[in-house]
Design a protein around this ligand. Structure first.
Ligand SMILES: [Zn+2]
Length: 88
């Protein structure tokens, strides 16, 4: 799989670190134990379209939000997480 980093260009997938679903961007209040338990331990494992967080670990180290199909490995969109937060 090849990933096109917005800062470095197209690179091999092995240069990137996979964190998980974009849910990590919306951390619940720590006082809400049920929500925190779900945030830390309960994960979906969908087959098909996902939005995941990846870090370009061997390159610019930027965090990326990648929209892809887990069944076909087709990538539809790659954007910087910082840009995503600024647009809210
Ligand atoms: Zn990069």
């Amino acid at each position: 799989m090849r990933i096109k980093c917005p800062l470095c260009g197209e690179r091999d997938r092995r240069e990137f670190y996979y964190l998980g679903a974009k849910d990590y961007l919306t951390r619940p209040e720590e006082s809400n134990l049920d929500a925190m338990h779900k945030y830390l331990h309960i994960r979906e494992n969908p087959c098909g379209l996902t939005e995941d967080l990846w870090q370009h670990e061997a390159g610019c180290r930027a965090w990326l939000l990648i929209e892809r199909n887990t069944a076909t490995h087709e990538i539809f969109k790659v954007e910087l997480v910082n840009n995503k937060k600024d647009s809210k």
